[in-house]
Design a protein around this ligand. Structure first.
Ligand code: URP
Ligand code: ZN
Ligand code: ZN
Length: 465
């Protein structure tokens, strides 16, 4: 199918101009002002006058169909990718989990099977490593060189589940120096947190807010600093995931000021929500139980500034939804049993546009860079994804900066029974979304196809600045 998008304001990480975009067979074929109709006849034309035409969003951190906390994340690869598409995301990088005693091969096959035939947009995988013997080191090489899995997540938290020790982290880091992979770190001091959790429970402190009170920002900052130091000793880059706190950002900033290749992402929840949400009545604080937890409100401003100044390079969602009913409820009498995670795959672009661009905190170009171009570069998808250029995949968002949307669980498409931003009205949202040259979102309708999404074999990180 061919598609012509006319008169849109093409916004990339570096450009902003009015032009037409012609797509054919899934690729962008021409970009230019007043493309001649006789040469660029299309099966469908979208008039984008007054709207932005930007590269499709890339969400570099999602957990679809993931077993976790005694249950399973509520969105599978069908519902999750449909919701992503509604929000203007056209590619995502999810996490396959290599459980102890299992191989990475097994993990990748298992996660591919979850996605194949279901995903409506393209997807890739990071590999979560929970143990790393010699065979695992060789598997890391194989993942990077042969399987297109070029990044690995390690955890400094969740003892007994995902947490690995510093020696394992160091081994993984060193290996990426040889094979070109990138380590993504969940940076929280799991040992200290575990002690604080036990102490709170001994005192009968079981409400959701104790999740936050037992995971202080210092525990995140300490682990962030340690992870960066380990990467420095290994002589390799590092990427900190879901950074939530000013003191953790300080560690990244200090490293970058020294010229170290330290990178970090934050997520909308840390920019819009705060510790106060845990004080909501009854058990409602459970909606916000995620790790790292929400911080005091003043951290938000520091994170926005970090995004503007490139101390933070990427905004992803850490979409990991659990319903209040039957899932979050598992921790009704004990906050440590509340499954960790929150929904966000559908609301990333609109929230960041509303809170970032409309307030003047982020330029339009920087917005596009944070939600699309930088994740594409960081995770080996650029220039196939993350830009509007001839030869790139025709993954595009026609974004209406004046479209007002009130965020409600009932009208959003994530399969979860609450929304952390319930009732918030935001300005700026997609009016059409195109994935691989096909319109998948047309106004308020999903018109894509289950199974149309393809596995993306990634190259090594072409790290952004
Ligand atoms: O609470 C969170 N973040 N859940 C998802 C797992 C993770 O650590 O990213
Ligand atoms: Zn994590
Ligand atoms: Zn996560």
């Amino acid at each position: 199918m061919s598609l012509l998008i006319t008169n849109g304001r093409i916004v990339t990480a570096s450009d902003d101009y009015v032009a037409d975009v012609y797509c054919d067979k899934g690729r962008i074929v021409a970009v230019g002002a007043d493309l001649p109709a006789h040469r660029f006849q299309a099966d469908r034309t979208i008039d984008a006058r007054g709207q932005y035409v930007m590269p499709g969003g890339i969400d570099a951190h999602t957990h679809l169909d993931m077993p976790f906390g005694g249950t399973r994340s509520a969105d599978d690869f069908e519902s999750g990718t449909i919701a992503a598409a509604f929000g203007g995301t056209t590619s995502l990088v999810d996490f396959a989990i290599q459980y102890r005693g299992q191989t990475m091969r097994h993990a990748l096959d298992a996660w591919k099977a979850r996605a194949e035939g279901k995903a409506v947009i393209d997807y890739a995988f990071h590999m979560i490593i929970t143990e790393l013997e010699d065979a695992g080191l060789m598997e890391m090489d194989h993942m990077v060189r042969r399987e297109g899995v070029t990044s690995f997540k390690l955890f400094m938290a969740y003892p007994g589940v995902f947490m690995v020790d510093d020696a394992t982290i160091f081994r993984a880091l060193k290996r990426t120096g040889e094979n070109g992979g990138l380590v993504c770190m969940h940076a929280e001091n799991g040992g200290v947190i575990d002690e604080l959790v036990k102490e709170a429970l001994r005192k009968g402190q079981t409400a959701p807010r104790y999740h936050a009170l037992t995971r202080p920002s210092r525990a995140e900052a300490e682990a962030t600093g340690r992870a960066i130091a380990l990467a420095e000793m290994a002589g390799v880059p590092i990427y900190i995931v879901h950074l939530s706190a000013a003191d953790a950002l300080e560690k990244v900033k200090a490293a970058r000021d020294m010229g170290l290749p330290a990178y970090a992402e934050t997520c909308p929840q840390y920019l819009f929500l705060s510790y106060d949400n845990y004080e909501e009545p009854g058990f409602d604080g459970a909606k916000y139980v995620m790790s790292p937890p929400l911080r005091e409100k003043w951290h938000q401003d520091v994170l926005w500034k970090g995004l503007a100044k490139n101390d933070l390079q990427v905004i992803s969602t850490d979409h990991c939804p659990f319903c209040m009913r039957e899932q979050k409820e598992l921790g009704k009498d004990d906050f440590s049993k509340i499954p960790n995670g929150a929904p966000g795959i559908e609301t990333r672009l609109t929230l960041v546009h509303h809170g970032g661009v409309r307030t003047g905190r982020l330029s339009l170009n920087r917005f596009v860079e944070l939600v699309s171009t930088a994740p594409a570069k960081m995770f080996g998808l650029f220039p196939r994804k993350g830009t509007v250029a001839v030869g790139s995949d025709a993954d595009l968002v026609v974004f209406d900066p004046g479209k007002k949307v009130t965020l409600r669980a009932k009208t959003l498409h994530m399969k979860v029974d609450y929304n952390p931003y319930e009732g918030t009205t935001v300005e700026g949202a997609p009016s059409a979304v195109i994935a691989n040259g096909e319109v998948v979102i047309d106004g308020d309708r999903f018109v894509g196809r289950r199974g149309a999404g393809r596995f993306l074999s990634r190259t090594a990180s072409a790290r952004p600045a």
